[in-house]
Design a protein around this ligand. Structure first.
Ligand SMILES: Nc1ncnc2c1ncn2[C@@H]1O[C@H](COP(=O)(O)OP(=O)(O)OP(=O)(O)O)[C@@H](O)[C@H]1O
Length: 259
């Protein structure tokens, strides 16, 4: 199991994570949600060891170094210039001293032009390539930062099925997403981060409350602000001394006079 205890992280004077506790069990899917800037990516980077200057502890209960048994799908994968997709996967495996397997099986699913330069791939293809480099390795844990982002509909459905199957095979998966429906469909538990704190942890039995809890109060406030900015009925305008209101979808000349 991966365990995060009392994790705190600052960038200069800005404290981004406050005393976070979180667990990732093998054979489980753990979702992490939170507003933009809540601290999700920072948390994943601390867990994977991309940041090391944090407070608290991050450990694997088996005592192995986390990077050894864990793969990370970054939010925006980076590719060195002028290496092909195939060379990227080979590089990832060789960097870990792992043999390079035949990529054809996985690539029948992902359909990547492996002999083209990875930097020339579309954003979705780059995400798939980074995913391919993880799938061909047998990681005990996977940390996936917005894995659905940028993937087309069919790849999204495929990825959901892959994640379910990896879980069945014993992999522990921690993923962030803003797609609450995908998370509640997939996950065994969901942790909500707000302003760098764990707002609440939900087991699957409590998922029905998540949309109301997350969107309730905040959403109501935002909707009343939106009402002022974009009222449901367009405001009246004075045209040639007459008070007129534009009628939406009525063509260029659609307007009604107000009395
Ligand atoms: N390298 C950095 N230097 C300074 N501040 C940073 C750095 N990386 C992140 N931050 C700050 O940390 C906070 C959390 O950022 P983070 O990327 O972890 O949020 P997030 O929850 O992943 O957001 P999003 O949903 O937009 O991806 C933000 O206020 C961000 O500005």
């Amino acid at each position: 199991m991966l365990i995060i205890e009392g994790l705190g992280k600052r960038f200069g004077a800005h404290t981004v994570l406050h005393h976070i506790d979180l667990e990732l069990r093998p054979g489980s899917l753990h979702g992490l949600v939170g507003a933009n800037g809540a601290g999700k990516t920072t948390l994943l980077h601390c867990l994977y060891g991309l940041h090391t200057d944090y407070a608290g502890t991050v450990r694997e209960t088996g005592g192995r170094p986390i990077r050894e048994c864990t793969g990370l799908l970054p939010y925006e994968p980076y590719f060195y210039p002028r290496i092909t997709g195939r060379e990227y996967v080979q590089f990832c495996l060789q960097a870990r001293g792992r043999p390079v397997p035949d990529l054809r099986g996985w690539n029948e699913l992902l359909e990547l032009p492996l002999d083209q330069y990875a930097e020339q791939y579309s954003a979705g293809m780059q995400k798939k390539l980074a995913l391919l480099a993880l799938l061909v390795q047998d990681f005990r844990y996977l940390i996936l930062d917005e894995p659905f982002n940028g993937l087309d509909l069919s790849a999204n459905l495929l990825l959901m099925e892959m994640l379910r199957r990896l879980r069945r095979q014993g992999t522990g998966l921690l993923l962030t997403s803003h797609l609450l429906g995908s998370l509640t469909e997939l996950c065994d538990e969901i942790t909500v981060l707000a302003d760098g704190r764990v707002l609440r942890h939900y087991p699957a039995t409590d998922f029905a409350r998540l949309p109301t809890d997350l969107l309730g109060h905040l959403h109501e406030q935002k909707l009343s602000r939106l009402e002022l900015l974009l009222p449901p009925r367009p405001p009246a305008r004075v045209v040639n001394g007459r008070k007129m209101r534009v009628i939406p979808n009525a063509g260029g000349a659609g307007a009604e006079e107000l009395r």
